[in-house]
Design a protein around this ligand. Sequence first.
Ligand SMILES: [Zn+2]
Length: 77
Amino acid sequence: MSVSNRAFELADRRAEEERAEGIRRVQQAIRAPINVTASPFCDCGERIPDDRRRAMPRATRCVDCETFIERQSRRRA
Ligand SMILES: [Zn+2]
């Protein structure tokens, strides 16, 4: 096998592994229960999407607010 073929094979395998890892993560996120005790609404009144609540069961804010607050606390630190 030539060197370039070997490189292709390795890149191929890595891509395959990354795909499998991505699928695993998605399956985990789908299986994870939604935290029903937490409010599905952010402080700003925006509804937090179900897939976000599955991925982060303790998320109490929408993406916009979370990003905003993260940026604020980083500035303070
Ligand atoms: Zn919000």
